[in-house]
Every structure is written in structure tokens, then in C-alpha cells.
Write a protein that binds this ligand. Structure first.
Ligand code: DMJ
Length: 569
């Protein structure tokens, strides 16, 4: 209506001061003739009208398009097909490894050669990967791997890291035993390996030494860090040892696992947060640095997973305390978008903590924590079910919410990296209001080691909520791995490798590759991606716990004679 008033006959006939209050006085010189003036006014009004119409079109279109895009995306993506693509990536890269590196512990896809870490192979690749091949239903590949495992020797003169060997080899063998319907080959090998590692636990405190000689059984202190073991390493052996105890009835494995937790807990830490080093002679924590990244991470993961594995409530208590500690002291928000991150306390919890002491650095490793929070809150049930349970409460809801927020942050650590859309090893979140990006990446932290934590997290969140966005995010990440980490030789053989830098390319536009395929690419990253796109709920979270290397182990009730300890305080 108001448009007609100013645009109608009033202009044409006889402009008056009253009818032109908005345009006349300052914008038009008094000497301008009325015809020109009217033309200009009409043009201005037309322009105004056009912008309003364009704005309205834009407004409605963008809203409708968002929904439409979502619907189209959903209808277009056949998740079964995506799952098969993940399986194909596994098979392609596995076949190349079989051809050029079979049996070796380390594989270099650019040189197309493998090597062992010690004088003889440990099965670092084969044992870590066999349960992925089982889950993806690849019987021929499994059979070749099984024949290799049958002959591997775990008693030779070589020093291995007790934690890495336990989570990858022992975990892999135990999982293969379970998934193969109890093929004794795997359990026998697991027992042989565990016996070679047992000497690691013969320390004054009962905490394991960092390394052990497979032949002599002698435990060896860490060569650096004043001989301290790392906290995550001593507290991430329990799922494997306890399941071995269950299978063999041999209580020594149970006792070794429990003793460690009891010694650690006797430190009475503030708010459940633990320094990342521990002294194996005294059983006391060493140093002050607290973080959920390297050397701290899976301590927190195995608290809840031990509870989920056997139902021992002491671990839920420790877990709850630690989550409250994380919420109180470690959670930060980035600027400008307010992404939730988990920072580090370089000087520990001082004067009651407080965000002032928080460092904004976050390892990609920390992304495991979102999945841990989600499965910890719901006990592996889908969210809707969990919310109906009598044990559901505001605290669990808050844990779950923090897990959800962290999931978005971890997705953004991929999505916001312009060049490759792949996450670097470490980011630093921004709290400067003047800057317009939520995190930055230091020069030495730009590499990508094919790590699993974010796709692991997406798998948990999708399983628990059924929200399709987690699959879409996972699909985006999978596509970027396919695009930027794929190595194809002149025979068309495919491998995937780590990157030196996710933020830029070589001059010829190729990705900056590092010549190494991590065993957890097969064991974890591809496995979690495959399960993210799975509709059959393979590996039901109510019946299994994944060890920290993604080897699923069944939950069980502890036998008589397997004792739970009580907390001192
Ligand atoms: C794996 O060996 C395990 O997931 C471990 O707990 C952490 N680091 C790697 C993967 O990033």
C-alpha cells in the first residue's frame, strides 16, 4: 500500500512537499527538473522493490533449500553402498600389503616395501587387522592371516612396549578367538604372548614397566621421562587381561589388572584427574600435566569400559569422578563459534583449578572421549531407551550432551581444514575475539596419521542416536581419506598412507604424503567407518566393549574367585 502512495499519480501530476518527504529535500537539488527527478525516483523505488523481492526469494529459498538438500542427500546416499566402498578400500589396501609387505610389521606404500621392528615379525599388521577382515566378511583373507598367525613366535630376544603389544596383539588375538567361534589357534597364541609379557608386571608397585623382553621376561623401565610409565599405558591393559582370565580361568591375569587400578586409585587425586606419568617403583603419579590426549587418554576410556565389561561398580565411581573433573577443569569454548573443546592443565589442578590455567591445545586423540561419554551415559542402549531407564538422570544427560558437543568439534577439525578436509594431529583453539577462525594449527602439528578417534566417535553417536548427520559427516571424512591419502602404483594397486601436512599441497597439487600405513588404519579407522554405515547393528554395544584398538570383546560376569577391590577412601 505505502508503495502506491509514493509511486502513484502524485509523482506524475504534481509533486508536492507533502508527497515527497523522504526523497525531495536532501537528495535532489532544487534545480533538477521534475521529469528527471521522477525518473530517478521511480528507478530508486524499483531498485528498492527488487531488493525486497530478491531478499524474500533468498530467505524462503535458503530455508526450503536447506531442507530440500537434506532430503535429497538422504535419498541419494545409499549407505549400504557406502559401506561396500569402505570394505573395498580395506580389501584393496590389504591385497597390496599382502603382495608387497606380507607378514612385516611396518608397511611403506610409496616404497612398496615392509620391514619388521625387531629381528622377527610380531604380526603388527596381520594380528591387528584380522578381526576387521572377519567383521567385513572376507573369509579368504582371514584364512591366509590365520595360517600366518599359527606360526608366529612370541619368544625371542626383543624388547616390546607392553601396552602397544597388549592392545594390538593380545586384543586382536582375543577378539579373533571370539569372532571365529572360538578357534583355538587364536587363544593359544594369546596365551603364549601373554606369558612372554607377564614379566612386565614384576615391579615393586605392581604397575607394569613400559617394556619387556619377550625372551627373558624382564620388565624394562621407560628409557626417557625418568623411567616413568605413562598413565594411559598402565591403565589400558585391563579389558584384555580380564577377558584372558575369564577364558583361561587363570586368576593371575585378573589380579595383575586389578592391582594396577588399586595402586593408581590410592593416589587420591583431586576430582578424578590424573597426571600423565606414574612411577613404577612407588606407584605415585609423577609430574603435574593433566590431559585427555597422549599418555592420558585411555586411562579415562578404560574406567567406563571396565564397568561395562564386568559391571564392577568401583570403576563407574572412578569414571563419574573423572567426568565431573573434566567438566569442572578442562572444558573450554572457542571463539567465534563457541566450539566445545577439552584443554590441558599443564600445572595440574591448582587452587581449585579454574579455566585460567587451561591450555587450549587439543590432540586429535582426545576425540575418543565423545564416544566414551555417550556409551558411558547410555550403557550402550540407544538414547531413547536409555532415557526411559530408572537410572537415567541429569548427570547422564549432561555427560551425553558434552559428548555430542565434542563430536561436532571433532568433525569441524576435519571440515574446517580447507586444503584436504582432514584433521591435523593437534589443534589450538582460539580465544581471541579479534580472530575469525576457531582453531589454528602449529607448523609441527600438521600431519595426519590416519587416526580413528573421530570416526570412532561418529560410530558411537550414530549407533546411540540414529541421527543421520553423523553418517554424513563420516562420509565426508571417508571421501577425503579416499581423495588425499590414496596411493595407486602403475599396476593400479591401491594403498592408503599418512600425510605430512593436511593444510597444503606439493607444487604439482599432489598431497604431501608420509610413507607409512598405520596398522590402526586397518584395525580401527576402516572398521569404525564400516560399522558407522552398517544397518545390522553388528557388534551390539550392549554385548561388547571395544578395546582401545577397536578389538571387540564380549561383556561377561566375573567368575567366583575373581575379586573386585574396594576403594580406600
Ligand atoms: C591406537 O593405537 C589406540 O587407539 C590408542 O588408544 C591411541 N592411539 C592409536 C590410534 O590413534
Amino acid at each position: 500500500m505505502s508503495f502506491n502512495i509514493t509511486h502513484g499519480n502524485t509523482y506524475k501530476d504534481k509533486p508536492t512537499g507533502r508527497s515527497l518527504p523522504l526523497y525531495y529535500s536532501r537528495h535532489f537539488a532544487p534545480t533538477t527538473n521534475f521529469k528527471t527527478k521522477n525518473k530517478k525516483r521511480i528507478m530508486l523505488l524499483k531498485g528498492f522493490l527488487l531488493s525486497v523481492v530478491l531478499y524474500l526469494i533468498y530467505y524462503f529459498a535458503s530455508h526450503t533449500l536447506n531442507n530440500l538438500q537434506f532430503t535429497l542427500f538422504n535419498n541419494e546416499v545409499d549407505w549400504k553402498d557406502v559401506q561396500l566402498k569402505v570394505r573395498q578400500a580395506m580389501l584393496d589396501s590389504w591385497h597390496t600389503y599382502e603382495k608387497h609387505g606380507w607378514g612385516t610389521d611396518v608397511y611403506h606404500p610409496l616404497l612398496e616395501t615392509g620391514e619388521n621392528m625387531g629381528p622377527k615379525p610380531l604380526g603388527w599388521m596381520i594380528v591387528d587387522s584380522i578381526d576387521t577382515l572377519m567383521i567385513m566378511d572376507c573369509p579368504e583373507e582371514v584364512e591366509r592371516a590365520r595360517l600366518w598367525i599359527k606360526d608366529v613366535d612370541y619368544k625371542f630376544n626383543y624388547e616390546v612396549n607392553n601396552f602397544e603389544t597388549t592392545i594390538r596383539m593380545l586384543g586382536g588375538l582375543l577378539s579373533a578367538y571370539h569372532l571365529s567361534n572360538e578357534d583355538e589357534v587364536y587363544l593359544n597364541k594369546a596365551i603364549e604372548l601373554a606369558s612372554s609379557l607377564a614379566g612386565a608386571y614384576d615391579s615393586p608397585s605392581g604397575l607394569p614397566y613400559a617394556s619387556v623382553n619377550l625372551q627373558t621376561g624382564k620388565g624394562i623401565k621407560n628409557h626417557v621421562d625418568n623411567g616413568a610409565s605413562s598413565t594411559a599405558e598402565v591403565a589400558t591393559l585391563q579389558l584384555e587381561l580380564k577377558y584372558l582370565a575369564k577364558l583361561t580361568g587363570d586368576v593371575q591375569w585378573w589380579d595383575k589388572a586389578q592391582k594396577i587400578m588399586q595402586v593408581l586409585d590410592s593416589n587420591n587425586v583431586v576430582d578424578g584427574l590424573v597426571p600423565i606419568y606414574v612411577n613404577v617403583d612407588t606407584g605415585k603419579y609423577q609430574g603435574k600435566l593433566i590431559r585427555l590426549g597422549s599418555r592420558g587418554d585411555s586411562y579415562y576410556e578404560y574406567l567406563i569400559k571396565q564397568y561395562l565389561q564386568t559391571g564392577e561398580s568401583v570403576y563407574y565411581e572412578m569414571y563419574r569422578e573423572s567426568v565431573e573433573g573434566v567438566r569442572k577443569h578442562l572444558v573450554g569454548k572457542s571463539k567465534p563459534s563457541g566450539l566445545t573443546f577439552i584443554g590441558e592443565l599443564e600445572r595440574g589442578v591448582i587452587n581449585g583449578g579454574g579455566l585460567s590455567a587451561l591450555s587450549n591445545k587439543m590432540d586429535h586423540l582426545v576425540c575418543f572421549y565423545g564416544g566414551t561419554l555417550a556409551v558411558g551415559a547410555t550403557k550402550g542402549l540407544v538414547l531413547e531407551e536409555a532415557r526411559k531407564q530408572p537410572w537415567w538422570d541429569a548427570e547422564r544427560e549432561a555427560h551425553f550432551k558434552l559428548g555430542e558437543e565434542l563430536t561436532y568439534t571433532c568433525y569441524k577439525m576435519y571440515h574446517d581444514v580447507d586444503a584436504t578436509g582432514l584433521s591435523p594431529e593437534i589443534v589450538v583453539f582460539n580465544n581471541d575475539p579479534e580472530k575469525d577462525t576457531d582453531f589454528y594449527i602449529k607448523r609441527l602439528d600438521r600431519h595426519n596419521l590416519q587416526r580413528p578417534e573421530t570416526v570412532e566417535l561418529l560410530f558411537y553417536l550414530y549407533r546411540i542416536t540414529g541421527d543421520e548427520k553423523y553418517r554424513q559427516w563420516g562420509y565426508e571424512i571417508f571421501n577425503n581419506f579416499m581423495k588425499y591419502t590414496k596411493v595407486v602404483n602403475d599396476k593400479g594397486e591401491v594403498s592408503f598412507t599418512s600425510l605430512n601436512d593436511v593444510t597444503s599441497f606439493n607444487q604439482d597439487g599432489s598431497p604431501k604424503m608420509r610413507d607409512n600405513t598405520e596398522s590402526f588404519w586397518f584395525a580401527e579407522t576402516l572398521k569404525y567407518l564400516y560399522l558407522l554405515f552398517d544397518d545390522a547393528d553388528t557388534i551390539d554395544l550392549r554385548e561388547y566393549v571395544f578395546n582401545t584398538e577397536a578389538h571387540p570383546l564380549p561383556v561377561f560376569k566375573p567368575d567366583e574367585g575373581f575379586k573386585t577391590w574396594s576403594r580406600a577412601k
